[in-house]
Design a protein around this ligand. Structure first.
Ligand code: PEP
Ligand code: MG
Length: 619
């Protein structure tokens, strides 16, 4: 038996530290029943680890931000007038709709909009909003939102008849229209309105929404949609803040201004916690910090198996603002720099110099360590305002990643020149996303050659030996990995997309999130095939999808021969601790057996059994 090398590490497998919720469960014996200390609790999918307490800022389904803002006494009448004007505008708009619907569809259908007008003329509802503006001195958007939410809650609680249930969606519809009107004259703006320690609650967050958020103020996200590999989760992980995704109805249940505890480990959200629960969070954090300090002592030792096999552990970076902070982590380099975040949330493309500045900053910050810059992977859920005028029916099967780059040679070559110029200042590797054919790879490489020629003509410096790698993200690329390897200096497996495209699981869809299984034998066999093809051609094979930080996967990936794992920094110390407890021979044996299993659950059982048999402590 191979004993753990660091069994002296206390607390590493302390079950109560796995999540704040398990800590609370554990503390029941101390007489603290969590139920007595919050208003309500919701459950979602754990998207990014961490625990945060903060005030809610709501980003509505209708793409509007609703903040609870205080207003001055002197501005109350103006705020009420602003509200009345918005309501009148929506009534006028609905009256137009009634007219048109009567003429084109029929009287019965027009009744829907008649009911909207009645709602907006309801003195009770309007009066409630106005009283709240006056008494609480809050902005109209917030007060109207709350008044409607109270009505929706009542319908949800008491209505059994589908007809009455439908009234709730009419209320939501009317609310969205009035909020849009209000936003039109004084839009809520996250940059301006967010106070520190804010938890953003939204139906869904696009990567550009997420990237727009002031990272010094946002301490957590909650979304109705999404799964652990959706980009909102990935961004939250890279920002080091907790996120809960796939929490259906969170955005219609949690109100702006409420206080919530976000447990990004378990997916629990505690709404309106009292002081007892807040104190529990403080205590839990102290214990966690203690454990983190212990793990950080591992910073200076390599990720090496007990028989001396070295695995490189690298970082995934999303936002340019993170470069300096991330470069302080004791890691082997950057396995994935997602450049598309430079391209999102803006109306123009970043020019060559702007990109060059960011890539050079990255290369210099990591000094000798390799940094892998991926060409822009816009598309899918990462929509650029500049590009996507028309929404696509199947964006993940549509215009995305290398397809966009190849279709826009000017944009692509601008990026390639910027990366090449940065390569003169450090150890830069380039990588292409979502390659599905040799033809695409050859075209992309041809653009690299042309970009070099363009720089030569300008007498600009670059690393002529810069490595160029291919991401393996689809079953197609696995099946032609032998051929792709001929034109690649390395492979990097994007398991988020490989799982999505192999198992036909939309990585953003909470309804199928539970089926997103990185231990599925199909996935392990595809990875195995990729490693064999890469090594046969003499090139290294890395993994940079979220699978890389899963403990079960780590042993399998090492056993399958993966040369390096790249992930958000949070997972690195734990993974190092794990890798240092088994031998390569053990991992190879377990991986061989895993390839023969029938289901993902069988694979997980096998690895967990291997952990317990060898006394391996897991994070
Ligand atoms: C992946 O697909 O695993 C990957 C790393 O790329 P992204 O998550 O940016 O699509
Ligand atoms: Mg991908």
């Amino acid at each position: 038996m191979k004993g753990p090398r660091s069994s002296s590490l206390p607390g590493i497998s302390d079950e109560s530290l796995l999540s704040f919720s398990s800590w609370l469960e554990n503390n029941k014996s101390l007489g603290i029943d969590p139920q007595d200390h919050y208003h309500s609790v919701l459950h979602g999918i754990a998207g990014s680890p961490g625990v945060a307490i903060g005030r809610v800022y709501l980003h509505t389904n209708a793409d509007i931000w609703v903040a609870a803002r205080s207003i001055d006494e002197a501005d109350i009448d103006r705020e009420i007038a602003r509200f009345r004007i918005a309501v009148d505008a929506v009534i006028a708009e609905r009256e137009g709709l009634i007219q048109r619907t009567r003429e084109t569809i029929g009287h019965r259908q027009a009744q829907i909009f008649e009911s909207h007008v009645m709602l907006l003329q309801d003195e009770e509802l309007i009066g409630k909003t106005i009283r709240r503006i006056r008494n609480e001195r809050r902005n109209a958007d917030y007060c109207f939102y709350i008044a409607l939410q109270e009505a929706i809650d009542i319908i949800d609680r008491v209505a059994t008849d589908p007809f009455f249930k439908e009234r709730a969606s009419d209320l939501e519809d009317v609310r969205a229209s009035v909020l849009h009107q209000l936003a039109g004259d004084s839009p809520d703006d996250p940059e301006r309105d967010l106070v520190s320690e804010t938890v953003v609650v939204a139906h869904g967050l696009t990567p550009s929404d997420t990237a727009r958020m002031p990272s010094d103020k946002v301490i957590g996200f909650i979304t109705d949609t999404g799964g652990p590999t959706s980009h909102a989760s990935i961004l939250a992980r890279s920002m080091g803040i907790p996120a809960i995704v796939g929490c259906a109805r969170a955005s219609s249940t949690i109100a702006p201004g409420q206080t919530v505890i976000v447990d990004g480990y378990s997916g629990h959200i505690y709404i309106d916690p009292d002081e007892v629960l807040r104190e529990q969070v403080r205590r839990w954090r102290e214990r966690l910090a203690e454990r983190t300090r212990i793990l950080e002592d591992l910073a200076t030792v390599p990720a090496e198996t007990v028989d001396g096999h070295r695995v490189s552990l690298e970082l995934n970076i999303e936002l340019p603002d993170e470069i300096t902070r991330m470069s302080k982590f004791p890691t082997d380099g950057v396995g994935l720099f997602r450049t598309e975040f430079l391209f999102l949330a803006r109306d123009d493309w970043p020019d060559e110099d702007e990109q060059y500045e960011v890539y050079t900053r990255l290369a210099k910050a990591f000094v000798e360590r390799p940094v892998t810059i991926r060409t822009m992977d816009v598309g899918g859920d990462k929509l650029s305002r500049r590009l996507h005028v028309e929404p696509e029916d199947n964006p993940f099967l549509g215009w995305r990643a290398i397809r966009i780059s190849l279709a826009q040679p000017d944009v692509f070559r601008t990026q390639l020149r910027a990366v090449l110029r940065a390569s003169a200042h450090g150890n830069v590797r380039l990588m292409f996303p979502l390659v599905t054919s040799v033809d695409e790879l050859r075209q992309a490489r041809e653009h690299v050659e042309q970009a070099k020629a363009e720089l030569d003509s300008r007498a600009e410096r670059y690393d002529s030996e810069m490595l160029v790698g291919t991401m393996i993200e689809t079953p197609a690329s696995v099946m032609i990995a032998d051929e792709l390897a001929q034109d690649s200096d390395f492979f990097s497996i994007g398991t988020n997309d490989l799982v999505q495209y192999t198992l036909a699981i939309d990585r953003n869809n909470e309804h199928v999130a539970a089926l997103f299984d990185t231990s599925h034998p199909a996935i392990l066999r595809l990875i195995n095939r990729t490693v064999i093809a890469g090594h046969r051609a003499g090139i290294p094979v890395y993994v940079c999808g979220e699978m890389a930080h899963e403990p079960v996967a780590a042993m399998l990936l090492v056993g399958l021969g993966i040369d390096g794992l790249s992930m958000a920094p949070g997972g690195i110390p734990e993974l190092k601790q794990l890798i240092r407890q088994f031998s390569l021979a053990d991992a190879q044996q377990v991986a061989r057996e895993a390839l023969e299993q029938t289901t993902g659950e069988d694979v997980r059982k096998l690895v967990r059994h291997a952990f317990s048999e060898r006394g391996i402590l897991t994070p």
